[in-house]
Design a protein around this ligand. Structure first.
Ligand code: HEC
Length: 447
């Protein structure tokens, strides 16, 4: 980035982010923003987009962008790991001026809407920040949007960009201590058959602390999200095995939960990174001689129908780490009116002892739009997480860069917003595909 760009964007940040936050907080847009010529036409779009549009507007006025200098480095650093021949999203291929410029308008739209790169947790800093985030910086976003608006020029081919940084390779699992195998090929379809629960045995003979997982699939593009559950009783195991044998084919139908009790969440993973490392120095205690459930959400959009996939999960254990657990903020009695652009559910959680929240795994179903977690304070609520462009394919454990400390008596609230336009009747909370959920699973250690 050139020096002038840097100071330009810093300036924008300090001025515009403040205004945007204000607007987000008030929900209504401030007069200053709503009269801005840039996005009068964007009336219905979320405030966040509008704020970004201002950045783009200002940047357009002062900078000429080119693919060679400005865009290629961003695409290589932030998009190529997925949008290349061997990546998760080979379509669209984003690997040259020809391919990227062809998609310039879609890229402008999708990056501005924060739909690409896929990362549903707001990382602006106003609702905390997240480890390994794929979130674009305002400067990167300004360049992508500004370039598209200028007609996606290639620039001078004899010039190279100042600095080209390939995508960081995610840290791999250091070793494999056990393998959790779903045991068979599965051919996912649409609707409920896009979800499947498999009973799998990690083969543990003593108690261990789970500190990391790596998901390995014969077709990695097909597996979008995985939730792993530990079963907590002989009866739960019998129920799970029963469901598996009752249904034809490998595994059994499930959607919002493993459909057996008692069970508890062990991991929430999505395909943006094969490996999930739990927060440094912590792990989840797992019992010997117990089966687990692997719930897989398949994405047939990228693979097409009739693609067979088999998944196994490599597990890493470490002794001597702090024991963490998932605590759920879960809305009960959800009843969302049908046909609405905006329907809301919320859940509260009161810490009965001091605790440290190291991460959050949010969960809603297909009608979910946004989820915000606030710490409720006498002097005003404080945003603890904002998942403001929900995507069921992007569900994962988001890990804080800085932990959130709760004192005894502190309260958290999760507010979930849905769009029920497509629903014909009241949407209730539940495990079926037509039901909804509002759940923030906190990864906590004490204190
Ligand atoms: C972690 C993987 C990943 C990264 C990183 C990523 N994408 Fe994507 N992208 C996908 C997947 C998967 C799809 C297709 C499915 C979907 O739309 O969710 C996709 C789809 C797209 C589409 C097609 C949308 C359409 O409807 O045709 C565009 C354009 C796009 N991405 C642009 C980008 C850009 C630009 C970047 C970098 C700034 C980027 N993506 C980074 C995974 C990724």
């Amino acid at each position: 980035m050139r020096k002038s760009d840097a100071s330009h964007f810093d300036f924008q940040n300090s001025v515009e982010t403040g205004a945007c936050e204000q607007a987000v907080n008030n929900v209504k847009l401030s007069t200053k923003l709503s009269t801005s010529a840039t996005w009068i036409g964007l009336g219905g779009l979320a405030t966040g987009l509008a704020c970004i549009a201002i950045l783009a507007f200002k940047s357009k006025a002062s900078t000429d962008y080119s693919y060679i200098r400005d865009i290629a480095p961003i695409v290589e650093h932030r998009c190529a790991q997925c949008h290349s021949g061997s990546g998760l999203a080979a379509k669209p291929l984003l690997d040259s001026y020809a391919t990227v410029s062809k998609y310039a308008d879609t890229i402008r739209y999708m990056t501005r809407a924060r739909m690409m790169p896929p990362w549903t947790a707001d990382n602006r800093g106003t609702c905390r920040t997240w480890r390994d985030s794929l979130w674009l910086s305002d400067a990167e976003l300004g360049k992508l949007v500004g370039w598209a608006e200028q007609g996606a020029p290639e620039g001078d081919r004899t010039l190279r960009a100042d600095r080209r940084v390939p995508a960081e390779k995610p840290r791999d699992l250091e070793r494999v201590d056990a393998v959790l195998d779903t045991g068979a090929d599965y051919t996912p379809g649409l609707g409920t058959s896009a979800y499947r629960c498999f009973v799998a045995d990690p083969g543990l003979t003593r108690e261990r602390m789970l500190t990391g997982i790596r998901v390995v699939s014969t077709d990695p593009r097909a597996v979008a999200h995985i939730a792993i559950y530990g079963l907590d009783s002989d009866d739960a195991e019998r129920q799970a095995v029963g469901r598996d044998t009752e249904e034809a084919g490998p595994g059994y139908t499930c959607y919002g939960s493993p459909r057996v009790e008692p069970a508890h969440l062990l991991a929430s993973w999505t395909w943006d990174n094969p490996t999930l490392h739990f927060p440094e120095g912590t792990g989840l205690r797992v019992s010997p001689n117990r089966k687990w459930i692997v719930q897989v959400l398949y994405n047939v959009i990228t693979t097409g129908l009739n693609t067979q996939t088999r998944t196994h999960i490599d597990l890493k254990f470490d002794d001597g780490v702090r024991a963490a657990s998932f605590m759920a903020l879960r809305a009960s009695g959800i009843a969302l009116p049908p046909g609405k652009n905006y329907a809301e559910a919320s859940a509260r959680f009161r810490a009965d002892a001091p605790m440290t929240v190291l991460g959050i795994a949010p969960r809603m179903h297909g009608l979910g739009k946004t989820m915000q977690v606030d710490r409720m304070r006498k002097d005003g609520d404080e945003c603890a997480a904002s998942f403001d462009h929900w995507n069921v394919y992007g569900q994962r454990l988001f890990i804080y860069q800085e932990p959130l400390h709760l004192s005894a008596g502190d309260e958290l609230r999760a507010t979930c917003i849905y769009n029920t336009k497509t629903a014909g009747e009241t949407v209730h909370g539940g495990d079926n595909i037509t039901d909804e959920a509002c759940e923030a699973n906190l990864y906590v250690v004490s204190p």
